[in-house]
Design a protein around this ligand. Structure first.
Ligand code: NAD
Length: 498
């Protein structure tokens, strides 16, 4: 396949007129899957104008009808999940089972969006004063935009536009230029579900297209998921332009291991959570913090990590696939080199891994460092590769202090059999998503995805009730109906005491 990825504009799948294209490459062999045209300025303008026009009628569609369309979309996603996952595997390199998980986690958000009539319920109090009632309503904002990363090309677009649209907004999605075929498959199913034209637009590109959206006066709210530096740029520019902005950004997630934990559980969970998806998950565990004597399990952990072999998407024995791009691989190899130079002990080195059938793939084998210190570059930077850092502390208090001093606060976990340790950890840790004997504690969509500190800029988080608040404006109505025959009083010149 070597075609141009269409735009989804004004309810049509159209070829962009743009001649600036970016290549969408298969990470296993560098074969071009498609050219990604960067939408021209006039196409960007059409996308926003079409979303703005569609908003006027879409916001008036009754909530149950919006939910019913969402249910049709949900069924189409479920019917086509394997097909979406296969495309996702091709363009991300994810092994098929993991690709299916990516799609499924997105489908769960659409299930949640189908409950929009209850999610949008406001509040009512009768008799706030004599004969006066107050009600609150949630009303849609207008045109919202979403900018998504490469690492979950099904799940993360589905974190955003289904809830925004179910709330009555219209949406412009700018997916990652590195894997846009998956979101386009999803957009085709959205179209097939019968939503009115213009409710969703999908445009492609990079910084130029994102900056266009950030500066367009008709965009009311922006949802972003991606790296922390880009998130900072988007948050600053978006809010300076008086938009509502939520940015879910980078991470450095620690798993704390107590000596009283179950050793097999610790090792199995650390292996899957650190190198699964080639470590390209924002909730991957990248640091294992061994408390006291649990450090004795390090050799066994290294042995188990060493057994994981990367491979192609349809190789059932492969633990994970290649990294997304040549550049991403080079960056990870460079950071591994830096770790060695700065004195960390590279006990398992995957830098030279090459797959015999796919020598051009962006491979990095499982890698582990011990003796890592907080001032080392490998600890300070988000590596986003299959690299696990091992650190040692004496007490749980020290572990908590280490984690709280790290600038990121996306996810963390504690493995223990002590309720007291668990209670101490979950109360004192300054991280928004905490797992107790659960390595990757991603909340299901009826909660929200609650990263903290440098892993999140904004106040309302992705999905769950918080996303409904993010994508709506609250209106309160205070009303008084005069009972038949009530006598009018004179003008009231003061604020009334109730
Ligand atoms: P990225 O920041 O490079 O790109 C994300 C999006 O921003 C893409 O659509 C891209 O086109 C756009 N973009 C890139 N550079 C830009 C710029 N200078 N100005 C404006 N827009 C720009 O991220 P990525 O490499 O695609 O994804 C990996 C990152 O995403 C990791 O840091 C990971 O931790 C993070 N992530 C976070 C979460 C979360 O929920 N916190 C979830 C998934 C991924």
């Amino acid at each position: 396949m070597d075609s141009r990825v269409p735009l989804y504009l004004e309810g049509q799948f159209v070829d962009s007129t743009s001649t600036r294209t970016l290549p969408n490459l298969n990470p296993v062999n560098q074969q071009k899957l498609a050219d990604v045209p960067c939408a021209s300025e006039s196409e960007m303008a059409r996308a926003v104008a079409s979303a703005k026009a569609a908003f006027e009628t879409w916001k008036e569609v009754p909530v149950p009808e919006r939910a019913r369309l969402m249910m049709r979309f949900l069924q189409l996603l479920k019917d086509n999940q394997d097909d979406i996952a296969e495309t996702l595997s091709h363009e991300t390199g994810k092994v098929f089972a993991d690709a299916k998980g990516d799609v499924w986690r997105g489908i769960e958000v659409v299930e949640h969006a189908c409950g929009i009539p209850s999610l949008m319920m406001g509040e009512t109090v009768e008799n706030v004063a004599r004969d006066i009632d107050t009600s609150s309503y949630m009303q849609p904002l207008g045109v919202c935009a979403g900018i998504t990363p490469f690492n979950f090309p099904a799940m993360i677009p589905l974190w955003m536009f289904p809830l925004a649209i179910a709330c009555g907004n219209t949406f412009v999605l700018k997916p990652s230029e590195q894997d846009p075929l998956t979101p386009m498959k999803i957009a085709r199913l959205f179209d097939e579900a019968g939503f009115p034209k213009g409710v969703l637009q999908v445009v492609h590109g990079d910084r130029e297209q994102v900056d266009y959206l950030l500066n367009h006066p008709d965009i009311r709210a922006i949802s972003f998921v991606g790296s922390a530096p880009v998130g900072q740029h988007i948050y600053k520019t978006g809010t300076a332009n008086l938009k509502r902005v939520q940015c879910m950004t980078g991470a450095k997630n620690h798993m704390v291991v107590m000596p009283d934990a179950d050793k097999r559980q610790v090792i199995n969970n650390l292996v899957g959570a650190s190198v699964g998806a080639a470590g390209q998950r924002c909730m991957a565990i990248s640091v294992a913090v061994f408390v006291g004597s649990s450090i004795e399990w390090l050799d066994e952990l290294k042995e188990e990590l060493g057994k994981v072999t990367p491979g192609a998407w349809d190789d059932a024995s492969a633990g994970y696939g290649p990294l997304i791009s040549v550049r991403a691989r080079e960056r990870v190899i460079d950071l591994i080199g830096q770790g060695k130079k700065e004195g960390a002990n590279c006990v398992l080195d995957g830098s030279d891994f090459r797959h015999s059938d796919f020598p051009d793939g962006n491979w990095v084998g499982p890698t582990m460092f011990s003796g890592v210190k907080p001032d080392m570059t490998i600890y300070k930077e988000e590596i986003f590769g299959p690299v696990l850092l091992a650190m040692q502390v004496d007490t749980i208090e020290e572990a908590v202090e280490l984690i709280n001093n790290n600038p990121f606060g996306n996810g963390t976990s504690l493995f223990t059999n002590s309720g007291g340790a668990a209670r101490y950890f979950q109360h004192h840790i300054q991280v928004g998503q905490v797992g107790i004997n659960v390595p990757i504690p991603v909340p299901l969509p009826f909660f929200s995805f609650t990263g903290w500190r440098n892993s999140f800029y904004g106040d309302q988080h992705a999905y769950g009730k918080q996303a409904v608040r993010f994508y709506t404006e609250t209106k309160t109505v205070v009303s008084r109906w005069f009972h038949h025959g009530e006598e009018a009083q004179g003008p009231n010149m003061t604020i009334q005491m109730r």
